[in-house]
Ligand binder design. Structure first.
Ligand code: NAG
Ligand code: NAG
Ligand code: NAG
Length: 397
């Protein structure tokens, strides 16, 4: 017996080596290198790049002035404005962001819902998306359920796109002063902002959408809330003491709403926060004959003098607000959709005086804040669509 045992013992290391080799060869191969991120889908594609002429002849716009989702004041062609120049955004990382393919996008978004929450600059983007997607589904119809201000339903792939108007994101209510109290300071009433309560327009939809895109910022100033009707901030039902100025109020609301979103929106929902849209009032504020009739894009070296808060120009608020947005999102899984820089160049693409209403300019001045459609928001749509499609693909993989 010992004679038999010895060769067996000698064989052991050999068997061991063979099994290790077998094990190694049957273990899964190392993961293949990640496919490159499609052009437009990397966050830096929006923030590093430049505008180039769209190769000639440019493809026709995806929608016309007869799109039923239009908002009149942005339907520049119908209002007699010349078309916005055909330009494409060329990211430094990749050649050019492909234009949205409406049918393919709807197919990829099948049975999903995409929601926007915020002010009219969100709405400007939604209208561009709705009009573009409509060219991919002739059965598209208006959809305004669940507190949506506007939206569309695309029956072919069962897709919903909705916009919930919530200009401050937080709940706010008008409180007139009581008649009995004489007001020496000229205050007619206040807007109570509950920094910890979302506006009702979107409080119920946090679990309804698969993609949510937030914004706020354009209402946080004395144009909307002058000193006669100021904002007063509350937390836990009590006034915040000492009272906050409007910019500090914005900071608190951004922090509180982003943590509400973290808490209430499922982790599988794609969450984006779009940055400010820059305004291009030249020569004065909107109510001081500020104008944007130029056909010229701004040059890179002009951007700081227009927008850097240090220079105190009339359009400085976009970058100011962006800095507090960026701070508020640190540590959350809400991704920035930074459309500010690319839009800063486009002084040529606002509705200006072509507003479709006779007295609009006399009353409101030029509109150098919103954007003509078709126009710059179509490029925002291309970037947003690339980001969303990439997110859906990753979810499948
Ligand atoms: C947006 O992108 C621009 C250009 O890269 C950058 O200067 C700016 O800081 C970014 N803003 C935010 C809020 O990330
Ligand atoms: C939101 O939900 C609450 C409670 O269910 C309800 O009272 C309210 O009417 C809803 N609001 C909207 C806008 O749907
Ligand atoms: C705007 O321009 C008009 C016409 O030139 C002038 O009468 C008016 O005073 C200007 N308004 C302001 C606020 O500068």
């Amino acid at each position: 017996m010992p004679r038999l045992r010895l060769p067996l013992l000698l064989l052991l290391p050999v068997t061991f080596t063979i099994s290790v080799l077998l094990f190694l060869s049957s273990s899964p191969p190392p993961p293949p290198p990640q496919p490159p991120i499609p052009c437009g889908a990397a966050p830096s594609d929006a923030t590093a790049g430049h505008w180039v002429p769209t190769p000639s002849p440019p493809p026709p716009p995806l929608y016309s002035q007869s799109c039923p989702f239009h908002r009149n004041a942005w339907n520049c062609l119908r209002n007699g404005r010349r078309p916005v120049a055909a330009l494409s955004w060329a990211p430094t990382r990749c050649g050019a962001i492909p234009r949205l393919d409406p049918a393919a996008f709807l197919a990829a978004a099948r049975r999903r819902r995409i929601g926007f929450v915020g002010d009219s600059l969100s709405e400007n983007l939604v209208v561009a998306l709705l009009c573009a997607l409509r060219s991919g589904d002739g059965g598209a119809r208006k959809w305004k359920r669940r507190g949506a201000w506007r939206g569309g339903y695309f029956p072919r792939e069962n897709v919903v796109v909705g916009y919930h108007r919530a200009v401050l994101l937080a709940k706010y209510t008008w409180q007139p002063v009581e008649n009995s109290k004489p007001q020496s300071d000229g205050i007619m009433g206040t807007y109570r902002v509950d920094v910890d309560i979302p506006a009702e327009d979107w409080a119920n939809i946090t679990k309804f959408y698969d993609v949510l895109i937030f914004n706020t910022g354009h209402w946080w100033g004395p144009d909307k809330f002058p000193k006669e009707t100021p904002l007063v901030f509350y937390r836990g039902g009590k006034p915040i003491e000492p009272p906050l100025g409007i910019f500090d109020g914005l900071k608190v609301v951004l922090k509180s709403m982003s943590s509400y979103i973290e808490r209430e929106v499922p982790s599988t929902t794609m969450k984006l926060w779009r940055t400010q849209s820059p305004r291009h009032f030249d020569g004065g504020e909107w109510d001081h004959n500020g104008s944007c009739l130029s056909k010229r894009l701004l040059e890179e070296h002009e951007l700081d003098s227009w927008f850097d808060p240090r220079f105190g120009g009339v359009n400085k608020e976009a970058r100011l607000v962006n800095s507090v947005i960026q701070e508020a999102l640190v540590g959350t899984d809400i991704q920035l959709l930074n459309l500010t820089y690319m839009s800063e160049f486009r002084a040529d693409a606002h509705p200006a005086i072509w507003l479709g209403k006779k007295d609009a300019v006399a009353v409101w001045g030029q509109d150098c804040m919103h954007w003509c459609l078709p126009g710059v928001p179509d490029t925002w749509v291309d970037i947003l669509a690339a980001r969303i499609l990439h997110y859906f693909k990753q979810g499948e993989g």
